[in-house]
Design a protein. Structure first.
Length: 114
């Protein structure tokens, strides 16, 4: 399984960015796709996940600001009302539920700064 992430960049506080992740390879259902992030000096943390039934899960810190949605084997993270504390490297993740195997994409940098 390969995950290709894109869409990071620089945004001002209050601005928006959209991240995209395309999965390819031996993808089996059911699976969960999601986004995690890691800020400098901090552990990687969950941002949002979505399963094949479009059930979503969000970190409390992003609820109401970020939205995850899926389109077959792609996942998108719409990030609105960005805050400086959202600055991190964002990683796309796919977890195959039948084997509980997790796959990671390369990180994409998100920087929120004025």
């Amino acid at each position: 399984v390969q995950l290709q992430a894109s869409g990071g960049g620089l945004a001002q506080p209050g601005g928006s960015l959209r991240l995209s992740c395309a999965a390819s390879g031996s993808i089996y259902m059911p699976n969960v796709m999601g986004w995690y992030r890691q800020a400098p000096g901090k552990q990687r943390e969950l941002v949002a996940t979505s399963d094949n039934g479009a059930r979503s899960n969000y970190a409390d810190s992003v609820k109401g600001r970020f939205t995850i949605f899926r389109d077959n084997n792609a996942a998108y993270l719409q990030m609105n009302s960005l805050k400086p504390e959202d600055t991190a490297i964002y990683y796309c993740n796919l977890r195959r539920l039948s084997t509980n195997t997790a796959y990671w994409g390369q990180g994409t940098q998100v920087t929120v700064s004025s």
